[in-house]
Design a protein. Structure first.
Length: 122
């Protein structure tokens, strides 16, 4: 669906269809539904990512719960390069995992345009 077009007939942001062009989506939407107008938009894959800072913070909290004050300095004052490295490792693993299990099924809609139900040239 990435790069294809869909239409929203009732303005609720729920898009249907997988058309190669916006014109194909418009043509289909004009014969579907009711109302004076509809919208079309382009599907784009959601880029999933993991934030290393959030993971580090969670690890610090978990360690503090287990070890108390002895964990005060755990993963503190990490060099930016170290955190960036963790970001890269985690996000590469996430992308591989999503692909391996065919979980890349979420899209959002961009470039939304509104159209009259009836063709002005009709």
């Amino acid at each position: 669906m990435d790069g294809e077009f869909g239409y929203d007939l009732n303005g609720e942001g729920i898009f249907s269809g997988g058309f190669k062009t916006r014109e194909d989506a418009i043509a289909e939407a004009r014969v579907e539904g009711e109302g004076d107008s509809f919208a079309t938009g382009k599907y784009e894959k959601v880029d999933h990512s993991i934030n290393a800072d959030s993971i580090i913070e969670q690890l610090q909290e978990d360690c503090y719960e287990l070890c108390g004050d002895a964990a005060d300095s755990f993963l503190m004052d990490l060099d930016k390069k170290v955190v960036d490295d963790l970001n890269g490792v985690l996000n590469a693993a996430l992308v591989d995992w999503i692909k391996k299990h065919n979980l890349d099924t979420v899209f959002h809609v961009i470039d939304v345009q509104h159209h009259p139900r009836k063709n002005a040239n009709a």
